[in-house]
Design a protein around this ligand. Structure first.
Ligand SMILES: *[C@@H]1O[C@H](CO)[C@@H](O)[C@H](O)[C@H]1NC(C)=O
Length: 353
């Protein structure tokens, strides 16, 4: 698919920006794609934290996306092990492990299959600290899951369920856009004092390589990153869609002479309202885009907050370009996803409003 090619070139540009920064501050780097940078974060954690354990369906042999490859052999089968095919059991077990004082890293094989664990996540993990009056917590639980469209995943291997979890106080929800962010944000999730859900954009696992530090490092949660400054429209996205937004920003500049500011939200819950609102105060226009269905999607939350905070700065209604309110389709995926053309149309509408 053309999307892959575009993502690749965008990520290669990304690499140059980070290269200078990383070489200076964080020691030796290695070429890694996103799944390898996840492995590296897990490897660092198992090495430095003797209580850390990794478990899930098929993680022992490396996982379907190879994120845990080699770790069982390196750290032993009592630290990296398979579970039965039971997501509720995986997260329930993870909560117990974390409450008992160890670092629990659970893998759900696809975000589409996280729903059987929904009760354990929103009713148990998220509430544990609050309902015990801070006597107990399962903040050392991190749940990883591959997320988002992949070109051929159809209805059970393409979903983006972040908005379901964004409705739940007590957990954090994080989504990286590339290898460097994946490692830094995952290590932040693992060391965070709250249970975290880490969604990994599966189309990006092998999309590009970056120079990623071998040593552990963290990227702060709940901080959005301004990837490109601009004056006319703010574009907000996360994960895979941030690469579409960067392309849209270039098209808007070339075709319409419109200057876009591009923001990667990175953490969905709790999200960085300040960075987004500051940008909208400057540009007066906001486009939010995600693959998940538009109704009740996280763009709605951002839109509502921004109109409350920035009403007098807005030059046009806030735009959402999202998935349709249907199950994720198979052969119609190219029509379903919020591609660059739909986003560019939305920018035109806002500029001409
Ligand atoms: C979580 O992990 C940290 C660091 O390993 C540890 O100090 C802390 O006691 C753990 N929390 C619980 C509730 O066990």
């Amino acid at each position: 698919r053309p999307l892959r090619v575009n993502l690749h070139s965008v990520l290669v540009v990304d690499m140059f920006f980070f290269l200078a920064f990383i070489c200076e501050c964080l020691g030796p780097t290695q070429k890694m794609n996103l799944f390898q940078s996840v492995t590296s974060a897990l490897d660092n954690t198992l090495a430095s934290d003797p209580t850390a354990v990794i478990f899930g369906e098929d993680v022992a042999f490396g996982g379907v996306f190879r994120c845990t490859v080699g770790l069982r052999d390196k750290y032993g089968k009592d630290r990296v092990f398979n579970t039965p095919l039971c997501e509720q059991g995986i997260v329930g077990f993870g909560i117990g492990v974390a409450v008992a004082g160890a670092t629990a890293i659970a893998e759900i094989q696809f975000a589409d299959y996280i729903y059987p664990a929904f009760d354990q996540i929103v009713n148990e993990a998220a509430k544990y600290r609050y309902r015990s009056g801070n006597l107990f917590d399962c903040g050392n639980l991190t749940i990883r899951a591959p997320w988002g469209c992949v070109g051929h995943g159809s209805l059970y291997h393409s979903q983006s369920p972040e908005a379901f979890f964004a409705h739940c106080p007590g957990i954090k929800v994080v989504i990286p856009r590339g290898p460097v962010q994946a490692k830094g944000l995952l290590l932040s999730c693992i060391s965070d004092k709250n249970p975290c859900i880490f969604f990994e954009p599966k189309i990006l696992y092998r999309a590009a390589v970056e120079q990623v530090p071998v040593e552990p490092y963290t990227i702060p949660l709940s901080q959005a990153e301004v990837l490109q400054e601009g004056s006319d429209v703010t574009l907000v996205a996360w994960g895979t869609q941030i690469h579409v937004m960067r392309e849209v920003a270039n098209m808007a500049q070339e075709k319409l002479g419109v200057s876009c500011e591009v923001i990667d939200l990175q953490t969905i819950l709790p999200w960085d309202t300040e960075t987004v609102c500051k940008s909208v105060v400057k540009t007066g226009r906001l486009l939010i885009s995600h693959e998940a269905p538009i109704t009740g999607g996280f763009a709605a939350e951002i839109s509502s907050t921004v109109q409350e905070e920035c009403f007098l700065n807005l030059e046009a209604p806030i735009s959402r370009v999202c998935g349709y309110d249907t199950p994720f389709p198979h052969i119609f995926e190219p029509f379903y996803i919020p591609d660059k053309w739909k986003c560019l149309e939305a920018i035109k509408r806002m500029i001409n409003y």
